[in-house]
Structures are given as structure tokens and as C-alpha cells.
Design a protein around this ligand. Structure first.
Ligand SMILES: *Cc1c(COP(=O)(O)O)cnc(C)c1O
Length: 395
């Protein structure tokens, strides 16, 4: 029998049938006169997703990590200073990339479970009278800890001291799932990837740059080739690419954008918030704790949950997979063995999550947690029942 596993990890996410069908197509000529009819609207529609009028989207055949690299290498100069904070595995990896690329990387370490430390950033920026900091980096949604940071607050921290640094945001697990406003928040570079909120397979880094960042690009001397904005822009303006684009994924992206716009972006955000609130109700009914330390940091795309003392999170993950056919996200780095993560990003709804919560409950009990079966599911049901439905139509 064909086994359809329950995928509740925060990426890759479930691909809706409409998107899968759109990708079940013959290969096509990426230099044909017709190809721009696909690609040019993709660029303009991505601007709606990022909520920008003046930003410039780029699509690379890459994972999200390539998007990080594109943003940095196209706009900074060798040895430039960047300010970044680490509070989970993904923010740590982006900071590590800055170091490995040779930037002078000022790292503010925050507790895992907290978000971007706005007061410390404001203070460092105010003290940087010579404007040596060229870019400030933030992870909008830290996927390892289920923490969403205040990007508008980062903009305020910069503006408080009139600091001209570029503001770069990792939105890989927030874009198309959690509200993001590029223009309103004055973001200069935003990074996302195809396999999370865009509900596609892995393989596209989708980023968007402000006019200010593209101005910085003109004088940036950092070595780059594959990720060169210049090469991309020259070909993209007519709807083409400097090398073979991932044509099948671009067809999938068309279908995914159609689904997002059909539901309405604001409804997509509301659905994520709604589904996440049921998961949080379940976690609290179990008497367990989220890694996110305060409600203001609760992520609507992923919940990282501490297992009770003495219950190995690795065993819980294994039990959920082996016995119930459900995948949850593992605890990354220092959270390994202590945390499992429930992904509720992309094409999900209430009933899917009720199934996932039932499986999590059983796996926890099987591994020795003293939790009453049904308690989390019932709490989620009450949470869902108490609110108006915000279900995505079956795609
Ligand atoms: C998934 C993820 C990444 C990494 O993306 P890849 O596609 O695996 O390269 C970066 N940042 C965040 C916040 C993520 O969730």
C-alpha cells in the first residue's frame, strides 16, 4: 500500500496537489520566446508576497542558504562589519557564514527561546558613531526554537540613531506564512526558500532587495559569480536567466502563488495563527513548555516543545515515525534530545494538526511521559471550535 507519511516538520512542507500537478509537465525551453510569460509575472507577484513596491526579487536555483550568501556577497565589501544576534541554530549558521566569508562579525548572543535583542542592538548602533556597521542581520522566525522576532522593532532600533546600515532579514520560515512588510519595515534584503511557506520542493532561494541595497551593490567589490545580481538583473529584465533556471519549480511557484492569492495573504497568515494557537493549547494542556520564552515570541509556523524530564525527545521522534508514521522536527544542536518540533507551516489545517497532536500524545505516552491521552487534542479542539474557521480550500 502506498504510504503517505504525516509530515509535520518545518520544511520541507506538504506540497498541495495543485502545485504537484503544475510540476508534472514536460521539460521546456528556457530560451523560448514564451518563457517570459511565465517568469515576468512571477517577479511582480513575488513583490506582493514581500509587500514591496520598489524591491527587486531574485530567484536562484539553490536552497535558502544560497539566499543568505547572495544578499551578503552582492552588497558588502570584504572585511565590512555586520551586527547579528544568535538565538538558535539558523541565526547561528547565518552568523557563521558571515565569519567564514571574512566579514567582521559582531555577534550578540541571546538565550535560545528569545528573539532579536532590540535594546542591545539599539545601544550598539547608537554607539557606532562612525557607522562602521554596514549591515544588521536578523532571523524573522528562528525555526530551531519557534521564535518570531520583531522586525519593525529592528527598523526602529536603526532609526533611533539614524544609522544607515542595511537591514537584512532571514524569512525562510516566515515568508508566505507570517506577516512580513518589506517597505513598511524598511527591510533591505529578505531571504526565503521554496520548501517552506511557498509549499514547493526544495530548490529555489527566493530573495528581494531594496533600492538602497541595489545601490550598495554598485560599489560592492566582494567576489561573486553564481550569485551575481548584475548577471541576474541583466537576464531577468527580459524574463530570462544567466544559467539554466529550475523551470519545473518555476511552474510550481506559479501554482503556489495562485493558491496564496486565491486564499488571500491576510487569510493565509490568519490560518497559520489559528492552527498554531491550537497546537499551543495542546502543549499547555500536556503541562509541557515551549522553547519560546514569552508569548510575544510565539511562532505561528513551528512550535518547539521540551519533553518532560527523563523523556528523551529523540525516542519520542523515533516512536512517532516508526509506530505512527508521523515526522516531527528534531531538537537542533544544543536542543537535541530535549526538544521536538511540530511544524505547522504551509499547506496545513486544523484537522491535520489534530492528527499530528494525537500522534505526538501517543508517542510521548509510549516513551514514559505522564500525559492523559486526549488531553492535548481536546484542548486544541476547544481552541479551534471557539474561533471562526479559517480553513484553506482543498487544493
Ligand atoms: C530552513 C531555514 C534555512 C535554511 O534553508 P535551506 O533551504 O535549508 O538552505 C535558513 N533559515 C531559516 C530560518 C530556516 O528555517
Amino acid at each position: 500500500m502506498h504510504h503517505h507519511p504525516g509530515l509535520f516538520i518545518p520544511g520541507p512542507t506538504n506540497v498541495p496537489d495543485a502545485v504537484r500537478r503544475a510540476m508534472n509537465i514536460p521539460q521546456e525551453d528556457m530560451r523560448s520566446p514564451d518563457f517570459p510569460k511565465l517568469t515576468l509575472p512571477l517577479f511582480s507577484d513575488l513583490k506582493k508576497v514581500f509587500k514591496t513596491q520598489t524591491g527587486q526579487p531574485f530567484i536562484y536555483p539553490s536552497s535558502g542558504t544560497g539566499g543568505w550568501e547572495a544578499v551578503l556577497t552582492n552588497t558588502l565589501n570584504p572585511g565590512d562589519k555586520v551586527l547579528v544576534s544568535t538565538f538558535g541554530q539558523f541565526s547561528t549558521l547565518w552568523a557563521d557564514m558571515c565569519r567564514r566569508l571574512g566579514f567582521e562579525t559582531e555577534i550578540v548572543e541571546a538565550e535560545w527561546g528569545e528573539g532579536v535583542p532590540l535594546e542591545i542592538f539599539a545601544d550598539r548602533l547608537a554607539k557606532d558613531k562612525e557607522h562602521r556597521i554596514k549591515a544588521v542581520l536578523g532571523t524573522h522566525n528562528e525555526t530551531a526554537t519557534g521564535v518570531t522576532s520583531d522586525v519593525a522593532g529592528m527598523r526602529r532600533a536603526l532609526d533611533a540613531s539614524n544609522h544607515p546600515a542595511l537591514l537584512y532579514i532571514d524569512g525562510v520560515s516566515s515568508i508566505a506564512s507570517i506577516d512580513f512588510r518589506m517597505d513598511e519595515w524598511g527591510v533591505d534584503g529578505i531571504v526565503s526558500g521554496s520548501q517552506k511557506g511557498f509549499m514547493l520542493p526544495t530548490g529555489l532561494a527566493i530573495i528581494c532587495m531594496s533600492e538602497k541595497a541595489l545601490e550598495a551593490h554598485k560599489s560592492s567589490t566582494f567576489p561573486r559569480c553564481f550569485f551575481s545580481f548584475e548577471d541576474m538583473m541583466r537576464a531577468n529584465k527580459d524574463g530570462y536567466f544567466p544559467y539554466t533556471p529550475a523551470t519545473v519549480l518555476l511552474r510550481g511557484l506559479r501554482a503556489s502563488l495562485d493558491l496564496l492569492f486565491e486564499e488571500g495573504l491576510e487569510n493565509v497568515f490568519a490560518r497559520h495563527r489559528h492552527v498554531a494557537s491550537g497546537v499551543r493549547a495542546a502543549v499547555s494542556a500536556w503541562g509541557l513548555h515551549l522553547v519560546a520564552k514569552e508569548a510575544k515570541w510565539h511562532s505561528d509556523t513551528v512550535s518547539a516543545v521540551y519533553t518532560p524530564p527523563g523523556v528523551d525527545a529523540v525516542a519520542v521522534l523515533r516512536r512517532a515515525f516508526d509506530r505512527y508514521g508521523v515526522s516531527f522536527g528534531s531538537g537542533l544542536a544544543r536542543l537535541n534530545g530535549k526538544v521536538f518540533r511540530i511544524g505547522h507551516i504551509g499547506a496545513t489545517n486544523e484537522v491535520m494538526l489534530l492528527g499530528a497532536l494525537a500522534a505526538a500524545e501517543m508517542a510521548l505516552v509510549d516513551c514514559g511521559a505522564r500525559i492523559e491521552l486526549g488531553s492535548g487534542v481536546a484542548a486544541a479542539q476547544s481552541s479551534y471550535g471557539a474561533r471562526p474557521a479559517v480553513l484553506a480550500k482543498a487544493a
